[in-house]
Ligand binder design. Structure first.
Ligand code: AMP
Ligand code: MG
Length: 441
């Protein structure tokens, strides 16, 4: 299927053993080898924002397309104003107004000027524009900043203007092709389309553009305890936050994401919900039900699926993970753990890179930086890579936020980074440099 290759599981024989404990990197590599950029699609320009260009865009015409004024002023022949000074201004006959968008241009003959506005085409005969500030603006008085209409008749002669300074040929003129020439490469395939690139594409007349489209992502929470936000809680129940956090995170990653209502811990219900979503998504994410409890519904519903694997990872949070390609597509399914922090951290580490790969973004994983940890970290589990929540400050320090509990969703919401504590590190003294993954860019 497009964007996903259903090759056999990782070749390393030991990894196929049921009791193999996967490192974070092994699990990510094993996931990413199933993903490739989605087939290009032709999208309306604004819908392509944040997408990667899948074509080389060539300039069909010069930019700007014609010589035009960069100032409000007077289009002149430079020889006419070569000797102009404050004390001895040159007086030129004003033959009319040229506003932006005008196509029927008057010719400027010796001794003449045309009043011209910013962006208006330079008329034939004129070689430069004298800014209005260097003239009397046609008032017959000294220099003036504001421009006054010369004549009620836009095509007719419009009086005189006093020019106080000379201007060089091309002065205050934006020459045709001075930004880019026809046939030049405007944007190369592979470019991420941010606002300036969208602006350039519009400037050269493109209403649509060929890009790697946004992957369609569906987030489904599992859990009989879950109640949608907006509904009252009854004893023992909690609000479903994961499907919201996941859909938001997937959108943030660039996907076209949505959520569906939580499914109870009942395998047939989950299979039915998945059957409905699998054909409508490039990635399906479930939360909950992947550990070793009695009601681990994702494991129960999908445990026998050929393409599905449930794994133990050497990480905290996020130890139980499910991943596989299922259904007729097949469609990649991420079975993330249910604890809200585990779920979100798992998304950041594994799902986000998959989404970015489908989008054709070369650096699919978030960059990490080094930062000085302001406080002590203790009891980091040996043999597991720990991802603590932290606040990364502009002075390259990081401060842990909340503890290691994977239910601490408020602390997560007050963090902007993950602090990475390596597998073999169990303690970090204050002032030590640590790896940090900022989450905000
Ligand atoms: P599970 O992985 O299904 O065993 O869930 C682990 C913990 O996460 C339990 O305390 C669940 O109640 C909680 N949890 C699971 N799914 C969600 C969800 N969608 N929103 C909030 N909490 C959840
Ligand atoms: Mg559950």
């Amino acid at each position: 299927m497009t964007g996903v290759s259903s090759t056999e599981p990782s070749s390393a024989a030991d990894r196929t053993a049921a009791d193999h404990i996967w490192t974070v990197d092994e699990h990510l590599d094993d996931i990413l080898r199933h993903f490739a950029p989605l087939a290009p699609a032709d999208l309306p320009l604004l819908e392509a924002q944040g997408c990667v260009l899948a074509e080389n865009v060539i300039l069909p015409a010069a930019l700007p397309p014609f010589d035009n004024s960069s100032m409000d002023g007077y289009a002149v022949r430079t020889a006419d104003v070569a000797d102009a000074t404050e004390d001895a201004p040159r007086i030129l006959k004003v033959i009319g107004d040229i506003h932006a968008g005008l196509s029927d241009l008057p010719t400027v003959h010796p001794g003449e000027a045309a009043r011209i506005m910013t962006g208006a085409p330079l008329p034939p005969g004129a070689e430069a524009v004298v800014p209005v500030e260097w003239t009397d603006a046609g008032t017959g008085a000294g220099p003036a900043i504001t421009m006054r209409a010369h004549s009620a008749d836009p095509s007719g002669a419009a009086g005189e203007v006093r020019i106080h300074r000379p201007v060089v040929p091309g002065g205050h003129v934006r020459a045709r092709g001075s930004d880019a020439t026809a046939g030049e490469l405007a944007l190369a395939a592979g470019t991420l389309l941010g606002p300036p690139q969208i602006g350039l594409l519009a400037a050269i007349g493109r209403a649509r553009v060929t890009v790697r489209p946004r992957p369609r992502v569906v987030a489904i929470s599992t859990g009989s305890e879950l109640v949608p936000p907006g509904e009252e809680l009854t004893p023992g129940r909690i609000h479903d936050s994961n499907s919201y956090a996941l859909a938001a995170a997937a959108r943030d990653a660039g996907a076209d994401a949505r959520r569906v209502d939580a499914v109870a811990d009942d395998a047939p219900s989950l299979r039915a919900a998945l059957a409905e979503q699998l054909t409508r998504a490039d990635i399906v994410i479930t939360s909950g039900g992947v550990s070793v409890g009695a009601y681990d519904v994702v494991k129960e519903a999908l445990g026998d699926e050929d393409g599905m694997q449930f794994r133990t990872l050497a990480m905290q949070p996020g130890k139980p993970q499910g991943f596989g390609l299922i259904g007729a597509g097949p469609t990649p399914l991420f079975g993330l753990p249910g604890n809200p922090v585990s779920c979100y951290v798992s998304f950041e580490l594994f799902v986000r890179p998959a989404i970015r790969t489908l989008m054709g973004i070369e650096l699919a994983t978030r960059a990490s930086v080094r930062a000085r940890c302001t406080s002590e970290i203790t009891h980091s589990p040996k043999g597991r890579r720990q991802f603590l929540r932290g606040w990364y400050a502009p002075d390259s320090t990081v401060t842990p936020v909340g503890g290691s509990g994977s239910h601490l969703i408020k602390a997560l919401a007050h963090a902007n980074a993950l602090i990475v504590v390596a597998e073999d590190t169990t303690e970090i003294a204050p002032g030590t440099d640590v790896d940090v993954i900022p989450l905000m860019q």
